[in-house]
Design a protein around this ligand. Structure first.
Ligand code: HEM
Length: 117
């Protein structure tokens, strides 16, 4: 017998596996893979909307950016404009929106500890 594990394809954790093992990864639209995202981040487009500047963000300001078309999330004290990432998020848009305009550190950490291996 060859020592080939059953169900080795798609690989565990592959985007082709959906919700395997109680996970809640969503199928991404064509053109929204991790490779597409990396390409976009290297394209020179202004993804933060701030042309590379860093600004101080108050909680009031953060709270205003709570829509899919304008979504900021704070994680460990840094605020990220996740608007362009929305369709690329492997956990889905709805999941990301749970933290829209707020400090998403706790939600983020819950996924990190219960989600991936
Ligand atoms: C900048 C912020 C974030 C980034 C860059 C990000 C990125 C990712 C990545 C790369 C994965 C795939 C993980 C894997 O393959 O194991 C993922 C999965 C996921 N994310 Fe996020 N995420 C962010 C914020 C959040 C937040 C705030 C939440 C919750 C409100 C969330 C919920 C999830 C969920 C539920 C999954 C699926 C986990 C699973 O079932 O394996 N994410 N995210």
């Amino acid at each position: 017998m060859l020592n080939v594990p059953p169900q080795a394809f798609p690989a565990p954790g592959s985007q082709q596996r959906v919700a395997a093992g109680g996970r809640t990864k969503v199928p991404l639209k064509p053109g929204r893979s991790l490779m597409d995202w990396i390409r976009l981040t290297k394209s020179g487009k202004d993804l933060t909307g701030l042309k590379g500047r860093l600004i101080e963000v108050t909680e009031d300001e953060l709270a205003k950016h709570n829509k899919k078309e304008d979504c900021w999330i704070c994680i460990r004290g840094l605020v990220y404009n996740v608007t362009p990432y929305m369709e690329y998020h492997p956990g889905g848009e709805d999941e990301l929106m749970k933290a829209a305009g707020t400090d998403g550190t706790d939600l983020f950490d819950q996924v990190r500890t219960t989600g991936s291996e």
